[in-house]
Write a new protein. Sequence first.
Length: 378
Amino acid sequence: MKDLTKIVHAGEKPDPSTGAIVTPIFQTATYVMDGVGKDKGYDYSRHNHPTRRALELKMAALEGGVDATCFSAGMAAIDALMHTLRSGDHVLACDDLYGGTKRLFREIYTHVGIQFDLIDMSDPSVIKKGIKKNTKMVFIETPSNPMLKLIDIKAAAKAAKDAKIHCVVDNTFMTPYFQRPLELGADVVIHSLTKYLSGHNDLIGGAVITTDKDFAEKLNWMAKSVGNGLGPMDSYLTIRGIKTLGLRMEQHNSNALKIAKFLEDHPKVSKVIYPGLKSHPQHALAMKQATGFGGMISFELKGGIKAGIKCMESVKVWLLAESLGGVESMVTHPYTMTHKDVPEDQKKKLGITQGLVRLSVGIEDADDLIEDLDQAIN
């Protein structure tokens, strides 16, 4: 099947008992057995349930993995990955990660003996050099959050494969509609389902997709043991959201490119970061490993923090909120919101200044969004 068909149909079949065309919400805790040790594939919903399973099969099909496990949040998905490691193991990660991921690494898993090195992976050669004898995972986010740096997935995957370890890619910003890390050699893909995949700012969820069957079984066992699998209602809403993923991503992408060009030409804007602009230092890589540029833009105003705050507090169509990927356009201040917990020296090193503004471009009319930004900037 081609992409748009797969997005609608993968992982789902009409309900055999009723013929319902939509996967039902199986709001049940447990399942009656035919006999001792004889179930119909489900025994207890902490382990799994049919609504979540349909979503997992859809996610596996979209990313090209052998299986997927869906969790109660994107952070729960990353937490499950960390649970596959042991004290003394080392993770090599990119430096510009979502602030919550850094917090999880720094405040929780370093305390149980897992070691982390966060390095600038925009130069592929540094990845191989950063792998140690005890490295068990290369963890990347591309484009990164919020500086939209790109990492060569093929190069990262090769370095990991040569070291016989897993390469994990957070594909939240691009979705499988624009970028498929598993096809580029990665072993594991993670998503915040909260963002573009569900697409409507109405749920929290996460997913892990892999090409490694044993690793997939381990993650499913984690969800069963910890009890952080995605619930039936959120699974249903995510399935429903995914069915319009292709249409939405095209509009996010089209709007973002138009808005990025507007900002680049604005006399009061000092810097625009968007992979779809030729001015982006890794524009060629964006063209090579993805089929679109996504809906995320970061920029700075010449007036610094005062101008940035005034702009964010003056928008009328855009919404000042801490998330991304929904149909509504949102503006975020990474310094005080998404990356608040990142230490000051790290923010300075990464370029997360007090004047940096991050945009999640929605699917509204681009001219309305530009007009609102223009009046807010001015």
